[in-house]
Design a protein around this ligand. Structure first.
Ligand SMILES: [Zn+2]
Length: 213
């Protein structure tokens, strides 16, 4: 299958991280060496407090192989890479779920512009890859460019585009919610989402990130 995809130009014959040509079986993205090298990073610096968030956990630092995966998943719109990443973080995420015991696991909604370009929400596919049941509680009302291209003021405006689905507002009362996202940078998005959840009576909000920039 991979060979067929490679001939069609839909899959590479080189590892996206180290560039080595694949030898033997591979999923088409990473050589087994690079794949095996992805481990939770210790120690992550948790001194940055996130407002409205009771606790948060980060899988790794945004560098090396992990950075390559996240970058390729987003900019090459690869569902398979998102599923693969889900498998990589699976154990680490489930451990955190055991600790926090959330009633609901969810993720930020993409703005329409990004969803049109990418065609899918990568965090949703990460959760599928990790075998985690999720519920979509957020929606977006804006068309901003990716946060990375925005200055501080525009970022602040962009995060205000996040909304809760009105039909779920009653349901969220007294619930423990875990929000999963790919990157922790300034924390402005997660703080906005946690604020929304707490404002409708959620009991507590926890957060999980694939990587910390
Ligand atoms: Zn490699």
């Amino acid at each position: 299958m991979i060979g067929f995809l490679q001939r069609l130009g839909l899959s590479s014959d080189r590892c996206i991280s180290c560039g080595k040509v694949f030898v033997g079986f591979s999923q088409g993205y990473l050589c087994n060496e690079c794949l095996g090298s992805i481990k939770p990073f210790h120690p992550i610096d948790y001194s940055n407090r996130l407002e409205y968030v009771v606790s948060y956990r980060v899988f790794g630092r945004y560098e090396g192989v992990l950075k390559e995966i996240v970058h390729n998943m987003k900019f090459k719109s690869s569902k398979n890479l998102a599923l693969l990443l889900g498998k990589v973080i699976r154990e680490h995420l489930w451990e955190y779920m055991e600790e926090t015991k959330p009633d609901i696991i969810t993720f930020p909604s993409l703005n329409l512009r990004r969803l049109w370009i990418r065609g899918f929400n990568h965090v949703e596919y990460i959760l599928r890859g990790a075998g985690v049941p999720y519920m979509k509680v957020f929606k977006r009302r804006d068309m901003h460019k990716p946060m990375a291209f925005l200055n501080a003021e525009k970022r602040q405006k962009a995060v205000l585009g996040h909304r809760l689905k009105e039909e779920l507002i009653d349901f969220l009362e007294d619930k423990k919610v875990l929000v999963v996202d790919d990157l922790l940078t300034t924390g402005s998005t997660i703080q906005r989402l946690a604020y929304l959840l707490m404002s409708v009576g959620a009991q507590e909000v926890h957060a999980y990130f694939i990587a910390k920039a």
